[in-house]
Design a protein around this ligand. Structure first.
Ligand code: ADP
Ligand code: MG
Length: 402
């Protein structure tokens, strides 16, 4: 992959696809880690006198067309403000993605200036399955710039117009964040020191169940918590109450468990839970001392016995990859499991990688020391797919010439 630092950018317009998909509470950014992670590449381009046009997505805009999505938001406005603060220079936010506003800004900006295009997912074409539809948006994006830099690691596993199609239309290179992420993930896939323990949690259950089979083949131990644990427990015949459950994935999970057993991979599931009647910060937490969850109750965190069990299973690890909080850490009453796992992994000497937007937010939220882990990845799905050995469309596009 060509490096952005090797492109000659002075006086040229560079479209930089970054990952600025930060968690928001209304218009307040609750964790700006992804914005910070995008700074090195933007600063380098600014410092070398490029006209820097940043493109990113935020959340999941809803609606059939551009107008409906733009009206419903979320706008990148709070992100533009935060980016400007962190860069220490103004960031002009276009009022559209690749329309008149973007065009005028791109044409009139000076060297060393930074502009941000509006939420690229306002354009339904961004995520279209139709190559021609994405291609039309990619052409409009490419027309804004002379060069393309791919630095949005968290979106690299998406075959989206701004990630996959646009780099094919411009001379392109990889930004510093993408290069750093790939370097660490490559270490995990090439002869990791053992025991290699993978901890999986979070809420994107079906996405993660799809990759779990391959991860199980690489790790020595798989600790499963969070939303996906209930599908595993259900597959073993346990009651999961009203917890997150992907019934149609049970056969797949059963097969994963059988393969793991055959390969000698230890799969560790929760043995107790913290549950509640409803999914809310002020819900009353209740301890369920065994693996079965009563009817009507939702599992929202791992219980104390599981915390202790997971800590023990991590104590001798030489390599750890952790994706997905083991509980709803955003609610203080259900954060103990995430804290316990975060602390147990920070005590490991060896390569420790935390991947995933919410997982990274969780360790910052818990105020873990800056050096607690070898690497905090900005990409959840992207890092999982990389570890699984899949070709990430965004990386493939950057690797291809010219
Ligand atoms: P990441 O972004 O790190 O890949 P996900 O997006 O998959 O992680 O999931 C993060 C979310 O998972 C968090 O917001 C957390 O509240 C939620 N979560 C964790 N455990 C549970 C659970 N038992 N039930 C529902 N949601 C959960
Ligand atoms: Mg997430």
């Amino acid at each position: 992959m060509k490096r952005a630092e090797d492109l000659s950018v002075t006086g040229r317009a560079v479209l930089v696809r970054t990952d600025l998909n930060v968690p928001l509470d209304g218009e307040t950014i609750t964790d700006d880690g992804r914005i910070r992670a995008s700074l090195p590449t933007i600063r380098d381009l600014v410092g070398r006198g490029a006209q820097v046009i940043v493109c990113a997505h935020l959340g999941r805009p809803k609606g059939d067309d551009y107008a409906a999505r733009a009206a419903g938001g979320p706008s990148l406005r709070p992100v533009a403000d935060r980016l400007a603060e962190l860069l220490g220079q103004p960031v002009t936010l276009a009022t559209d993605v690749a329309g008149e506003s973007a065009r005028v800004i791109a044409e009139t900006m000076a060297d060393g200036e930074v502009a941000l295009l509006e939420n690229v997912r306002f354009e339904p074409a961004e995520t279209s399955k139709d190559d021609a539809v994405r291609g039309e948006l990619a052409a409009r994006l490419a027309a804004l710039a002379d060069l393309y830099v791919g630095d949005g690691f968290g979106a690299m596993h998406r075959k989206h117009a701004s990630v996959y199609d646009t780099p094919q239309l411009l001379p392109h290179a990889a930004g510093q964040l993408v290069l750093a992420e790939v370097a660490v993930l490559r270490q995990l896939t090439t002869d990791p020191a053992r025991p290699y323990v993978v901890v999986l949690g979070g809420a994107k259950v079906s996405d993660k169940l799809a990759v779990i089979g391959n991860l199980a083949g690489q790790a020595d131990r798989l600790l499963i918590a969070g939303g996906m644990a209930y599908t595993f427990l259900a597959a073993q015949g346990h009651q999961v109450g009203a917890s997150l459950l992907e019934t149609e994935q049970i056969p797949h999970v059963t097969a994963v468990l059988a393969d793991a057993a055959k390969a000698g991979v230890e799969v560790v599931l929760p043995v107790d839970h913290v549950v509640a009647d409803r999914f809310a910060a002020d819900a009353q937490p209740e301890l369920v001392p065994g693996p079965d969850i009563p009817d009507g109750k939702l599992g929202l965190d791992i219980g104390p016995a599981t915390r202790e069990l997971f800590a023990r299973k991590l104590a001798d690890a030489k390599t750890v990859f952790w994706n997905g909080p083991p509980g709803v850490f955003e609610f203080p009453a259900f954060a103990a499991g995430t804290r316990a796992v975060a602390e147990a992994i920070s005590a490991v000497t060896g390569l420790t990688v935390v991947g995933g937007g919410d997982s990274a937010a969780a360790v910052r939220h818990l105020n873990m020391p800056a050096d607690a882990y070898t690497h905090i990845s900005t990409g959840g799905g992207a890092s999982l797919e990389y570890l699984e050995g899949r070709t990430l469309p965004g990386l493939a596009a950057l690797e291809a010439g010219p």
